[in-house]
Design a protein around this ligand. Structure first.
Ligand code: G4P
Length: 279
């Protein structure tokens, strides 16, 4: 299964980010806590060269708590500032300003020595589609100042948001990169909903997801759908289609509809907290 998605608006967005990087002190990378490696855009390293960095593991409420801790250690061990949050509830966000200031302390000190006081830190928020950038910014600014949408790629254009007298954020559209070298990257991004569903083979993808869950979180599929996990993924999907009444014209099973049920329930955390990647 080879998934690639790099529509034209992402090239444009990347250019916008490049043009604005000179204004920026720190790049805040939002990653999906369920798949921190696949949701990390390798292009950001060259873009953010010489900038302070902060990694935020968002949607930590949907990921395995123990694995979240392992990921935090993984990034810390690499000398990367990291926090895990749930942007939707605001959990973990209380200290973001302090964390950003800590990550930029060299800059603040440099400014102070030059007699520049209280110049706000300018942060660029980057992340793949659907990682929760708008939710994060809204929650951080505690008011609805950006549009939150449910389709990958909905945040368009350029937007500065003043959080407080210390921090200003530049929101950027969700972008991916031109080629996923490893097939699992595209697959994991598709699992978590960061690839446009319209280009996906949803039945095949869901069978892969079912196999992943059978292997890594045994009992989840059975607990939710009452199906025998010893069966193959396609048999399981067909059982789910029958149980959920997913039928097409002529009473044939609608596998695609059943696949969408499983994908949506996985993505929304209905099936429980699961991490797709471990350090
Ligand atoms: P984006 O700007 O990066 O594209 O993402 P956006 O904020 O639009 O968020 C995408 C979806 O992820 C939204 O769900 C949002 O509520 C959800 N989300 C964001 N952060 C978190 C989090 O930390 N935990 C959980 N559980 N969900 C999060 P949606 O289904 O599109 O909208 P809604 O029904 O939640 O309003």
């Amino acid at each position: 299964m080879n998934i690639q998605w790099y529509p034209g608006h992402m090239t444009k967005a990347r250019r916008m980010m490049q043009e604005n990087i000179k204004l920026i002190d720190i790049v805040i990378e939002l990653l999906d806590a369920r798949a921190p490696l696949s949701s990390r855009n390798p292009d950001i390293d060259s873009l953010a060269n010489n900038k302070f960095r902060l990694v935020i593991l968002n949607k930590s409420d949907l990921a395995d708590d123990e694995v979240n801790e392992n990921w935090k250690k993984y990034f810390n061990d690499k000398g990367i500032n990291v926090v895990s949050i749930n942007a939707k509830s605001g959990s973990g966000m209380k200290n973001i300003t302090a964390v950003v200031q800590e990550a930029c302390k060299e800059k603040i000190e440099r400014d102070r020595k030059r007699g520049i006081l209280n110049r706000p830190i300018r942060a660029m928020i980057v992340g793949i589609p659907n990682v929760g950038k708008s939710t994060f910014i809204n929650s951080y600014a505690k008011k609805a100042c950006t549009k939150v949408g449910n389709k990958p790629g909905v945040t368009k254009g350029k937007q500065w948001i003043k959080i407080n007298k210390n921090i200003e954020l530049l929101d950027t559209p969700g972008i991916l990169w031109p080629k996923f070298e490893d097939d699992t990257v595209g697959k994991h991004l598709a699992f978590i909903g960061s690839i446009n569903d319209e280009i996906l083979q949803k039945v095949e993808l869901t069978c892969e997801l079912i196999d992943f869950m059978k292997m890594n979180y045994p009992g989840i599929i059975n607990g939710r759908y009452g199906v025998d996990e010893d069966n193959s993924a396609s048999d399981i999907l067909s059982e789910i289609a029958k149980n959920r009444g997913c039928l097409m014209k002529g009473n044939e099973l609608d596998y695609e509809k059943a696949a969408m049920i499983v994908l949506d329930e996985f993505r929304g955390g209905v099936l429980g907290r699961m991490s797709v990647e471990r350090p």
